[in-house]
Design a protein around this ligand. Structure first.
Ligand code: ARG
Length: 459
């Protein structure tokens, strides 16, 4: 019959549970626009090489375009027995245009077809994700420009280390996003290769033109080996790796925003438009957005691991295991996109840095101790000796409940005769930050420079 999927080799229908188990249509339907695109290119190629007539190709292309319109209008609802998007389209085509529809699958297999669809889909999504990354980077840059002079404690081991410009801190995340943007570009290079025309596994007996379809579909190159072409999912794994890294970067930032907004830190206030409350504790304001981003990171890293495991024992060439590439990939695309969007909104309108509190924070500790040692080293005292002297000072000051800025000039000179009145200016948080103008450092001049470089790299 018209709708019998399999060849006449089969006598009885699939067990309904097995049909559902086998089907990918519930999730691969989102590949439909790419499947149509691929089929149109294939149909044109069949005519160009004389495998079918021009008239037949015209009918195929027109029918395929109509199916796309049906899908876009929400009028295409294939049932589970269609198994997958490829069969669903082919059957619909034949139902629409009749016998000629049955010529579409000449010189093609679902194996090269699904690989083509998936690559076209991912190519498209990578373009979107890179745009999302750019928006996120722009939000970071805007915030950084407003906070060059805002100081924040810099940490190592989550212990106060040296004060830094808040802009410098934000620009570190900009750099990670820049690498992510470049990494997606690299993934795109290896996604953008056409497997179409490799058939089920071994190529085809028809005089096809693979360069023509590749060109039509915007691929930069074609696979050299048909077995490799239909069984390669490296590009999926590479993408999941890139997505995992994007998420890991967002997750690290989220973690900081979460503790910055805690009462213990109190560096940042979450605006009402991006925070949530508690159903029982009326005073609560919770950082759900960064918490969700941090949480979703686990899922995406899981998809990466999952796909590596799907591939690890696969013999050549196509195996149905490969159908398992889709759900994790689709979820990763959707989730990474939405996390980048949410973080961009959070940075744009959801955060307020508490300048007063930050100013107090950088003045209330010993994070200027390195600068005291540097002060002496500049006067010729060997750094290690200066370092040990200042260690003593920190110990006695801590015991006396004093900060370095509270020491009298006599106390300083008792430590070392080279200390002079300018020690007070040298250890103010502002001076401490300002002095670190080595390339890539937090000095204000350097940070301004970094912002300019970032701007040129993103336009
Ligand atoms: N739904 C299948 C997949 O997602 C399409 C390819 C099926 N090919 C086959 N020989 N069973 O991988």
């Amino acid at each position: 019959t018209e709708t019998n999927t399999w060849s006449n080799r089969f006598e009885t229908a699939l067990n309904p549970m097995i049909a559902t188990f086998n089907a990918s249509i519930p999730f691969d339907i989102i590949l439909l626009p790419y499947d149509i695109q691929g089929s149109i290119a294939h149909a044109k190629m069949l005519a160009k090489t004389g495998i079918i007539s021009e008239e037949e190709a015209t009918q195929l292309v027109q029918g395929l375009q109509e199916i796309l319109t049906e899908y876009e209008n929400g009028e295409f609802h294939p049932d589970i027995n269609e198994e997958d998007v490829h069969f669903a389209v082919e059957h619909r085509l034949t139902a629409k245009i009749g016998e000629v529809g049955k010529k579409l699958h000449t010189a093609r297999s679902r194996n090269d077809q699904v690989g083509t669809d998936l690559r076209l889909y991912l190519q498209d999504k990578i373009t979107h994700l890179r745009a999302n990354l750019r928006h996120y980077q722009q939000a970071l840059l805007n915030l950084a420009e407003n906070h060059i002079d805002t100081l924040i404690p810099g940490y190592t081991h989550l212990q106060r280390a040296q004060p830094i410009s808040l802009a410098h801190h934000l620009l570190a995340y900009w750099e990670m996003a820049q690498r992510d943007w470049e990494r997606l570009g690299d993934v795109a290079k290896r996604t953008n290769i056409s497997p179409l025309g490799c058939g089920a596994l071994a190529g085809t007996t028809f005089p096809i033109d693979r360069d023509y379809t590749a060109n039509e579909l915007g691929f930069n190159d074609i696979y050299r080996n048909s077995l490799d072409a239909v069984s390669d999912r490296d590009f999926v794994i590479e993408f999941l790796n890139a997505a995992s890294l994007i998420m890991v970067h967002l997750s690290r930032f989220s973690e900081e925003i979460i503790f910055w907004s805690s009462q213990e830190f109190n560096f940042v206030t979450l605006k009402d438009s991006c925070a949530t409350g508690s159903s029982i504790m009326p005073q609560k304001k919770n950082p759900d957005v960064p918490e969700l981003i941090r949480g979703k990171t686990g899922r995406i890293c899981g998809h990466l691991q999952g796909m590596l495991m799907v591939m690890k024992g696969l013999p050549l060439a196509y195996n149905k295991d490969l159908q398992e590439d889709k759900e994790g990939l689709f979820d990763s695309v959707k989730t990474t996109e939405s996390c980048l969007e949410a973080m961009t909104i959070l940075l744009t309108e959801g955060l307020e840095f508490r300048k007063q509190r930050l100013e107090e924070a950088v003045a209330e500790d010993f994070s200027n101790a390195t600068d005291v040692a540097d002060y002496l080293a500049n006067k010729g005292v060997p750094f290690r000796e200066a370092y040990n002297l200042v260690g003593e000072v920190v110990k006695t000051s801590l015991a006396a409940g004093k900060l370095l800025k509270d020491l009298t000039l006599e106390e300083w000179q008792a430590i070392h005769p080279q200390f002079e009145n300018d020690i007070y200016e040298a250890i103010t948080p502002k001076q401490v930050v300002s002095a670190r103008n080595s390339y890539g450092g937090t000095g204000f001049k350097e940070v301004r420079n970094a912002i300019e470089i970032a701007k040129t790299l993103t336009t």
